[in-house]
Design a protein around this ligand. Sequence first.
Ligand SMILES: C[S@@+](CC[C@H](N)C(=O)[O-])C[C@H]1O[C@@H](n2cnc3c(N)ncnc32)[C@H](O)[C@@H]1O
Length: 274
Amino acid sequence: MASHSDVMLDKLDAPFRDYLPFDPSTLRVQRLNSGASNAAELANMDAFCARILDGYTLGRYLNAKRGIAATAAGIETLLARAGVKPTGRILEFGAGTCKLSAVLSRSPDVVSVDCMDFSEVLLREIAPRVISWLGGDLAKFRFLVGDMNRIDEVQDRYDWIVCFGAVHHLTVPEHFFVRLRERLLPGGQVLCLDEPAFPEITLPFEAIRRYRTAIHTARVAGENEHAYKLSEYRRFAGPGYAFRDLALTPGERRIRTFSTGPFQTNFVLTPAGA
Ligand SMILES: C[S@@+](CC[C@H](N)C(=O)[O-])C[C@H]1O[C@@H](n2cnc3c(N)ncnc32)[C@H](O)[C@@H]1O
């Protein structure tokens, strides 16, 4: 019998628009705000989604057919190894394709998942297909269209607030984490995965130089792209949280690829005094 991944990989070869294993009228989408603080970045993201829908497969977008399946499997392995198990009511910010939430939603201990992104087309058209591929429970999902820099406009409170590669897109991360605390239920925690991070000492690697140049170019184009050091992520969380680095030893940090340069960092924040 074909495994779930085999079925999924078949679908990755089909034109993306054709893969619609859900009734779009059942999607729960709520608009919070216009996300206008990042207009240039949002325009790029929407144009990118249109290209995917107009004939690219997501496999081509990922530039490696098995990328999304491998990432989902990697998330499961990392969380199991670290003993981190988000349950209850979950909010993902900068959710994009929602692959992290898709993986989490499979657990019967997860009650609901709210996914926030500023791109409505990404949430309506791309994310539900990815959630379906990954065997996520679409019925648990609600999609919130809005600017994550205005996280205080989210009405509800959550047991877990999670993200995958979104912190480095925030305008002022220090302020964000202070406001995020107010969106947590008692005992709630924050999980941040896949943030690009540089070591404390700037190493003269060509890959790092190229990555910094790419970030600079994106910023000149109006995007909120940043390159941070590990210590800066700790500083952003500030004294309001206990910071748990999910790499057990420095050697466990995976260099993403030689073409991109930075490490991938993953951490859990627990409100101090909670
Ligand atoms: C590097 S991608 C993260 C990948 C995403 N978590 C996923 O799994 O596909 C950054 C995501 O953050 C979203 N984003 C960037 N700035 C945002 C903002 N100010 N408010 C909401 N979403 C934003 C982008 O649309 C994109 O989906």
